[in-house]
Design a protein. Structure first.
Length: 47
């Protein structure tokens, strides 16, 4: 997966996490990092 595709998928997942909690609070970084970890579990990065 390209870096651009990875970033797009993380951004989309982070957005959905924020939407699920009604965009409440200042957790955008937490949403991003959680989405990143989930993607890494699903599709480990290759060197």
């Amino acid at each position: 997966m390209s870096d651009a595709e990875r970033q797009r998928r993380i951004a989309e997942a982070a957005y959905h996490k924020a939407r699920e909690r009604g965009f409440q609070g200042d957790r955008h970084l937490d949403d991003w990092l959680e989405a990143e970890r989930e993607l890494d579990r699903q599709e480990p990065r290759r060197p």
